[in-house]
Design a protein around this ligand. Structure first.
Ligand code: PMP
Length: 356
């Protein structure tokens, strides 16, 4: 698959799954420093509103092709949310039952979304971190003969980004300058898949990887202990719980390891959760672009690059999901339900229809 999945959205499709990918790249018009252009790739345009729709479809269709997934077989996966939502959409559209394991620390709306899309969500104790939900999924798959999606090790993950995300970027910047590609990592599928293609076709584009300041696994330089299947053997020593949901599990995923070993990361810039939240809020208020904490964090790093870059520089920043997925999280802290003083004053400035 080396073609774009869709040729624009304003037409008829045979399945919701045919609308995965081909997300828009949008210029930042008010926040970017003068003389530098920042573009964002808005993955919320995917049908289940995150970048993980790509991986979900990629893994399911690769397993159908290889025969690893049989008609009607149950799919199981460990996920902090977006992968589960994408898989729930894909499994609903294709008729596979889906069981998700998920630590109980992730936002409640994510669980509800998966259940709404027909998945069963099995919670695991937050104290057991990412490894707990991962091992639970393995246990369930082994006992029941289910298809385990294994997003952190599955080759179909980066392959899908190579075939779609990367092709879209190359096409959107054909004949034009692209100095930086900025992304964080969860599984590393995005950076590995895009890295494979940019290195060959846009060798001048610098790839900037980010991770949470307080969970700087890659920056620590300490290797990940792995089992025979490439999965994590134990939690990485540099891990600490962080507020950037979807980023940096408590181990360095095998899928990301390819990007590190192949030199797809020119620069590693950590970012703090509060900075990410701040920039997600500013993107919403000052650009009308609604993204989650990981998008805000990637944008925070993109702004740092833009501030120090020479005039004419072009930066592309990944925005993995929608801010709507974070209503019950710190991203919305301080966003009230009732009128604040300013809103009450507007209400009282005319005589009619005032609240008691
Ligand atoms: N941001 C969010 C919100 C995510 O859910 C994910 C995927 N877990 C990512 C970023 C990172 O994407 P990838 O797995 O391709 O590294």
């Amino acid at each position: 698959m080396t073609t774009r999945r869709t040729e624009g959205r304003g037409r008829r499709f045979d399945s919701i799954l045919d609308t995965v990918g081909d997300t828009p790249v949008v210029r930042i018009n008010r926040l970017a420093p003068e003389g530098v252009t920042i573009y964002v790739k808005v993955e919320a345009f995917n049908p289940a509103a995150s970048v993980k729709d790509r991986l979900a479809l990629g893994i399911i269709e690769a397993a159908e092709r290889s025969g690893a997934l049989k008609p009607g077989q149950t799919v199981v996966e460990a996920t902090s949310g977006n992968t589960g939502i994408g898989l729930a959409m894909a499994c609903a559209a294709k008729g596979y039952p889906l069981v998700i394991t998920m630590a109980d620390s992730f936002s409640v709306e994510r669980r509800k979304l998966m259940r709404f899309l027909g998945a069963k969500v099995v919670l695991t104790p937050r104290a057991e971190k990412g490894l707990g939900m991962y091992r639970k999924a393995r246990e369930l798959a082994d006992k029941n003969g289910w298809f385990y999606a294994r997003q952190f090790e599955n080759e179909a993950n980066a392959d899908m980004h190579e075939a779609t995300t990367a092709r879209e970027i190359v096409a959107d910047f054909a004949g034009e300058r692209l100095d930086y590609f900025v992304t964080g990592y969860g599984t590393g599928g995005t950076v590995t898949g895009v890295g494979r293609v940019l290195r060959k076709e846009r060798p001048e584009t610098k790839i900037v990887l980010s991770e949470p300041t307080n969970a700087a696994l890659v920056k620590s330089g300490k290797p990940q202990k792995r089992g025979a299947d490439g999965g994590p053997e134990e939690s990485h020593p540099a891990f600490e719980p962080h507020p950037i949901q979807g980023w940096t599990p408590d181990f360095i995923p095998l899928v990301l390891q390819e990007a590190l070993d192949s030199g797809y990361c020119d620069e590693l810039i950590p970012v703090s959760g509060p900075d990410g939240i701040e920039w997600a809020r500013r993107l919403a208020k000052e650009e009308g672009i609604f993204t989650g904490v990981s998008g805000g964090s990637t944008f925070a790093v993109s702004m740092q690059i833009a501030e120090r870059a020479e005039l004419g520089t072009v930066v592309l920043c990944m925005l993995p999901d929608t801010g709507e997925r974070y209503l019950s999280t710190p991203l919305f802290e301080g966003i009230g339900e009732d009128m604040d003083a300013e809103e009450a004053a507007i209400s009282m400035s005319t005589p009619g229809y005032q609240m008691p």
